[in-house]
Design a binder for this molecule. Structure first.
Ligand SMILES: Cc1cc2nc3c(=O)[nH]c(=O)nc-3n(C[C@H](O)[C@H](O)[C@H](O)COP(=O)(O)OP(=O)(O)OC[C@H]3O[C@@H](n4cnc5c(N)ncnc54)[C@H](O)[C@@H]3O)c2cc1C
Ligand SMILES: *[C@@H]1O[C@H](CO)[C@@H](O)[C@H](O)[C@H]1NC(C)=O
Ligand SMILES: CC(=O)N[C@H]1CO[C@H](CO)[C@@H](O)[C@@H]1O
Length: 421
């Protein structure tokens, strides 16, 4: 940054993956950054999140932000195979539908990834217990004033930035203020999720049998397709199995500002019985032994027409709520952050509008197509109807249809935006 240039200041709302990656990308671009996060402290333990997949470019970007790049590999496991198999729940047999051995993702635990990226930030960038309340854009559109509530004291303060970055997730209140009629779209199904920690009993019958039935566990993303339902599971570092089971059902009523539902013991027991019916006993056992499984309601939304309004910009899930089937939610957030950082660096705070327009023109088309592809993949794997084709049935699907299940068909699968080169 040349001496003559004024340093820009960004106010980022949301200290999850998108927000903290954005802080790294903007600091690298020479910006002053503050991240407002309403939760009390950095997420650590069991209750926060589960597994996620990281593609090669996301891995590279994260490595560029953390001080010890090798830590990323030490904190993740390889996912080198993307395998889809049909499960016959009555006969308890599986049959491979499609297998891609050139998959090069890595599996991370959400809280581990967050911690890795967060701890590499300089101190005092993230303000925990700070709730964003509202914003106003100055008349000349050069600044944005942000109202914040400090939860510890109840005090309400203002801060001013050149740009406001909304990284406040799929229920973004900043997006809502521009698009009050924009609604999330219920996918048609919910996801039971959990992480089995088997560090205490590595040689238990459950684990040995799982490894026998699914020999590539430890490097494989296993999709099991049943009749109108599917599961996905893979291993995480430190002896953990991450699993997700998608169940078609009417939209549940959610309470509060969360897409995770409260579950009763009764619901868990029913889920266990269902797992024994639909899946191989080796997987059903893992599901049964998992402590505190939880239920996510799966939403996405119609792609937006714009993600920039004057000097306010959306990134991450705020910009593109998505279903998880493309393993892209985190990928898109990391890419958004990196592209936004490079655009700001290229144009400088003097040309903020051009920078934000460039960010939007790079990210909007890619994200929109990836969200729609992920939606389609989810509907295929759940045996749900489409306007243009029959519901997928794994027991009779053609080889050609099975090929469509693969992650590598994602639009822009290995495109690197030129601004990052
Ligand atoms: C606790 C948690 C666990 C997760 N676990 C997984 C997982 O296991 N696997 C997976 O693939 N994805 C997981 N995700 C989602 C994943 O982080 C996102 O899909 C992706 O990384 C991009 O998210 P994001 O940062 O855009 O939004 P989000 O992750 O939704 O984060 C939004 C952040 O904004 C904060 N926020 C919202 N409103 C305000 C406000 N008014 N003031 C201040 N702060 C505000 C929220 O507290 C939150 O931290 C998890 C998200 C969270 C928050
Ligand atoms: C798994 O369980 C062991 C023993 O109960 C515990 O020490 C460890 O911290 C747990 N691992 C994780 C990652 O939660
Ligand atoms: C492996 C993979 O597909 N990674 C992609 C993540 O998303 C961006 C585009 O949004 C691609 O450039 C990466 O290649």
């Amino acid at each position: 940054m040349s001496e003559a240039k004024r340093q820009g200041k960004a106010v980022v709302v949301g200290g999850s993956i998108a927000g903290i990656c954005c802080a790294h990308a903007l600091i690298a671009a020479g910006w002053d950054v503050v991240v407002l996060e309403k939760t009390p402290s950095p997420p650590t333990g069991c209750a926060t999140g589960a597994g996620l997949g990281l593609d090669p470019l996301s891995q590279k970007l994260i490595q560029s932000w953390i001080k010890k790049p090798n830590l990323l590999h030490l904190n993740t496991l390889p996912l080198t195979i993307d395998q889809n198999q049909a499960i016959d729940g009555d006969e308890k047999i599986s049959r491979t539908l499609a297998r891609d051995e050139n998959f090069n993702f890595r599996a991370a635990y959400w809280a581990d990834l967050h911690s890795l990226v967060y701890t590499a930030l300089p101190p005092n960038i993230v303000c925990w217990r700070h709730t964003f309340l509202s914003f106003s854009i100055s008349d000349d559109k050069t600044h944005v004033k942000v109202k914040i509530k400090i939860l510890q004291t109840g005090e309400i303060i203002d801060t001013i930035g050149d740009v406001l970055i909304a990284a406040d997730g799929c229920l973004s209140s900043i997006r809502q203020s521009f698009l009050p009629d924009h609604k999330l779209r219920y996918s048609g199904y919910c996801a039971w999720r959990g992480v089995l920690n088997f560090s205490d009993n590595e040689n238990s019958e459950t684990i040995l049998k799982l490894k026998k039935a699914f020999p590539d566990i430890g490097k494989c993303l296993y999709f099991n397709l049943g009749k109108e339902t599917h599961t996905v599971f893979y291993e995480l570092l430190n002896k953990r199995i991450n699993w997700i089971w998608y169940v078609n059902q009417p939209e549940p009523q959610l309470k509060g500002n969360s897409v995770t539902m409260k579950v009763s013991d009764d619901m868990i027991e029913k889920m266990h019985v269902g797992a024994e019916k639909y899946w191989l006993p080796e997987l059903a056992k893992v599901i049964r032994e998992t402590k505190e499984p939880f239920l996510n309601v799966i939403y996405d939304s119609e792609p937006l027409d714009q993600i920039v309004w004057d000097n306010v910009v959306l990134i991450g899930n705020a910009a593109h709520p998505t279903t998880p089937h493309g393993l892209r939610s985190t990928n898109m957030s990391i890419l958004d952050a990196a592209v936004l950082g490079k655009s700001l660096e290229k144009w400088g705070v003097e040309n903020l509008n051009l920078a934000l327009q460039e960010y939007q023109s790079i990210r909007l088309p890619v994200n929109s197509e990836q969200v729609l592809f992920s939606r389609r993949l989810g509907r295929i794997k759940q045996g749900l109807a489409f306007p243009d084709c029959k519901p997928f049935d794994p027991s009779i699907a053609s080889q050609e249809d099975c090929e469509k299940l693969q992650q590598k068909n994602m639009p822009y699968f290995s495109d690197i935006p030129s601004i990052l080169l």
